[in-house]
Design a protein around this ligand. Structure first.
Ligand code: PMP
Length: 460
């Protein structure tokens, strides 16, 4: 056991850490962060890191933004809390909903607030069910997501998620209403010699076949992240969403775009849907909605869905869904200010301008002996580490090569996230070109150290 500091010992004794290997954690211990400024954070031992994952894909405007800090203080001192239940309201929620209606990449009638991305996607599922009951189609309830999707961890959103660790031992997916179609990862799942366009066409056929197997009248919605994030940063193959949307349109199936990571500039457009030619019926938002200065999520509701909900309310009374803190005044005020900053600073345009440099440095790492695929778009990237580049042979998952590489990269002053053996990179959107160089220089040193470790421990 390494010699832990007293606060680290207390952590190990007192906390269940989310999304953590509870067994190896007892030996590795926590990194306790104590402060942040711009794109940097500092830990309790005084080490400074470039935050290469923007917290959890969320701190878009970085740390210590004075305007946001002032906004939070002001709202807390004016009205620290009121809810939106039963007709109560408040200015920040109204202003934010209006703003999102204008900005969204889809027609929006109303906005519904939650506290997180999971709650947003849970609400999407419940709204789809409510809508189909309201319009007299009670059999149309199944939701299709994709293998390797990440949509959250509540029971419905974890059921949408397509990752084994979110299902195993939790008895998920729940019930028979959650289906998963093929993952659009060309590097891993394309057949030898299959072009991206042919691969996309095959995935659309898979989806069509799944819908017909289940019965089109039983499928309510399809949900997808424009670029998959926590499943390993997977950029869809050429033409993918075009052919997928053509299938959905045949069967009256709603398209929900999960913009929790891709919303607000990450891909160089305000929303990922715009970058990838998606025309969703609804979007889920969270994370960069407040630049992570407070928890907040949102779901957009289209006119037809809202009309049906309204009719249902006339029949059965109260719309029985909502979270105490959904649209919390401080979070909503932060949302309004964050969106104002994104527009004023043309944050999406800024990303579009610096993304080529980020992507060029990322893709240059595909020459590294550990890297099987370097992939990304805008200011998000993934590096898939493999045992054999030529055959794409992965490492044995029990060797924890991704986690070990992440620890070595952290020693070089860079925080990233291991997703299995894929390294996720997603810096704050305010990162400068010099800081992009600093990020990739540290990443390169860390990967060299990881390669040395793989050789030393004979992990190939
Ligand atoms: N959807 C996507 C695309 C996400 O990346 C995440 C979180 N990583 C979620 C939903 C869940 O959000 P939260 O953790 O706020 O519940």
């Amino acid at each position: 056991m390494p010699p832990f500091q007293p606060d680290q010992q207390e952590d190990i004794a007192s906390l269940v850490h989310p999304y953590t290997n509870l067994s190896t954690f007892r030996e590795s211990g926590p990194t306790i962060l104590t402060s942040g400024e711009g794109v940097y954070v500092t830990d309790s031992e005084g080490n400074r890191y470039l935050e290469g994952l923007a917290g959890l894909w969320c701190t878009a405007l970085g740390y210590g933004n004075e305007e946001l800090i002032e906004t939070a203080k002001e709202q807390l001192s004016t009205l620290s809390f009121t809810h939106l239940f039963g007709g109560k309201s408040h200015e920040p929620a109204i202003e934010l909903a209006e703003k999102l209606k204008q900005m969204a990449p889809c027609p929006v009638s109303k906005v519904f607030f939650t506290c997180s991305g999971s709650e947003a996607n849970d609400s999407q599922v419940k709204l789809a069910w409510y809508y189909n009951n309201a319009r007299g189609k009670p059999e149309k309830k199944k939701i299709i997501s994709r293998v390797k999707a990440y949509h959250g961890v509540t029971i419905a959103s974890a059921s949408l998620t397509g990752l084994p660790n979110n299902h195993l031992d939790f008895d998920l997916p729940y019930g028979d209403r959650f289906l998963h179609t093929s993952c659009p990862h060309h590097y891993r799942f394309a057949e030898a010699g299959e072009s991206e366009l042919d691969f996309s066409a095959r995935l659309a056929e898979d989806l069509d076949a799944l819908i017909n197997r289940e019965g089109p009248d039983t499928i309510a919605a399809f949900i997808a992240e424009p670029v998959m994030g926590a499943g390993g940063v997977i950029v869809p193959p050429e033409g993918y969403f075009e052919v997928i949307q053509a299938v959905l349109a045949k069967y009256d199936i709603l398209f929900i775009a999960d913009e929790v990571i891709t919303g607000f500039g990450r891909l160089g457009t305000m929303f990922g849907s715009e970058a990838l030619g998606i025309e969703p019926d609804s979007i889920s938002l969270a994370k960069a909605l407040t630049s992570a200065y407070a928890p907040l999520g949102a779901v957009t509701v289209s006119e037809p869905v809202y009309e049906a909900m309204l009719d249902e309310s006339e029949k059965i009374g109260t719309f029985g869904h909502g979270f105490t803190y959904g649209g919390h005044p401080m979070s909503a005020a932060l949302g309004v200010k964050t969106l104002e900053i994104y527009e004023r600073e043309n944050i999406a345009g800024r990303v579009a301008k610096i993304a080529p440099k980020f992507q060029a440095r990322l893709k240059a790492l595909s020459d590294h002996p550990l890297v099987g695929e370097a992939r990304g778009m805008g200011l998000i990237g993934g590096l898939e580490l493999v045992a054999d580049k030529a055959t794409k042979q992965p490492f044995d998952p029990k060797q924890f090569v991704g986690a070990k590489a992440a620890a070595l990269i952290q020693k070089e002053g860079l925080i990233i996230r291991p997703i299995g053996d894929t390294i996720g990179i997603c810096p704050p959107l305010i990162i400068t070109e010099d800081q992009i160089d600093e990020l990739f220089d540290a990443l390169h040193r860390g990967l060299d150290a990881a390669e040395e470790m793989v050789r030393r421990e004979e992990l190939r």
